[in-house]
Design a protein around this ligand. Structure first.
Ligand code: SAM
Length: 286
């Protein structure tokens, strides 16, 4: 219960949030990342788990190709990388991929699992910003099943603004963020209570694994959402939204390009305003 009853409210919240993900990283990291019910209690095997990442990245690249969007395969960032399911798949295509995560234990698991692959760099970041990276660094930022777990909407929007800052002009941002709630308030309360009981039992001496596997207790996993019209305003002026997929859904994803730079037919470089590029692409899609 230490995490819940600190004198300093701000530090307490920060500490608690990391520690929940550290708990999941210790109890059942693969299920915490892909919460398929039949795979709970450490039933994912590494091979099938990492294959889901490869499939996902292949589908993403096919989508980019079908939209005829230019993509450079220099440096990519996997924000909220967990144990590197997508970092590893991205590293098959990009020169260098950074995986960052708030949880120290997720990062140490990721480092252990991928120590042979020098194209991947795993870092813990506990700041509400991405000042650990310089501006205009990445060709692609990819983030799924992560922003939804951040409890404050302003922090989510700040991260998205940071994504734009560290993307190269013309770089792509692909992220998932629900536009609707996936649980009722009653279910949220019950899940929170289960989280409190988990920490209570751990603090009185039960092993974490016993609480999880036998007593079916676990920390609370936050779920947030933001309607897509609120997200679109974050991009006004700085970027073009190519598509909002599965809008009004928990699976809503956004494909965005920073300050697009396009080549004309005779390969002279021209800068096109974001709105103008949006129209160009819409007509190309028709
Ligand atoms: C459900 S997992 C998804 C992992 C990965 N994106 C994937 O799809 O394989 C969510 C991850 O986001 C991380 N996370 C949560 N809040 C974060 C934040 N503010 N910054 C970075 N990572 C965060 C968690 O530690 C966890 O590893």
């Amino acid at each position: 219960m230490r995490e819940y009853f600190s004198k300093n409210g701000e530090n307490m919240r920060k500490h608690k949030y990391h520690s929940d993900w550290d708990e999941f990283a210790q109890l059942d990291p693969k299920w915490a990342i892909l919460t398929e019910p039949s795979k709970k209690y450490n039933k994912w095997n590494d091979k099938e788990f990492f294959e889901t990442g490869e499939r996902e990245i292949r589908n993403f690249l096919t989508k980019i190709e079908s939209l005829d969007i230019e993509i450079k395969f220099g440096q990519a960032l996997d924000f909220g990388c967990g144990i590197g399911r997508l970092t590893r798949a991205l590293a098959k295509h990009f020169d260098k991929v950074y995986g960052i995560d708030i949880s120290e234990k997720m990062i140490s698991n990721a480092k252990k699992l991928h120590k042979e692959n020098k194209k991947m760099v795993f870092l813990q970041n506990t700041q509400n910003d991405l000042s650990c990276f310089k501006s205009n660094k990445f060709d692609l930022i990819y983030s799924v099943f992560t922003l939804q777990h951040i409890s404050e909407r302003n922090v989510i929007k700040d991260y998205i603004t940071e994504f734009l800052k560290i993307l190269k002009p013309g770089g792509l941002l692909y992220f998932q963020l629900p536009t609707v709630a996936d649980r009722t308030w009653l279910k949220s309360i019950l899940l929170r209570v289960r989280g409190y009981i988990y920490y209570l039992f751990v603090n009185i001496g039960f092993s974490k694994e016993y609480c999880f596997s036998h007593l079916r207790l676990e920390p609370y996993m936050h779920m947030n959402y933001i309607p897509s019209n609120e997200i679109k305003t974050v991009f006004s002026g700085g970027a073009t939204i190519f598509g909002v997929y599965n809008d009004k859904n928990v699976e809503t994803t956004y494909l965005v390009q920073k300050n697009a730079v396009r080549l004309t037919a005779d390969t002279r470089e021209i800068k096109v305003s974001p709105n103008c590029l949006g129209q160009l692409l819409l007509s190309a899609e028709r």
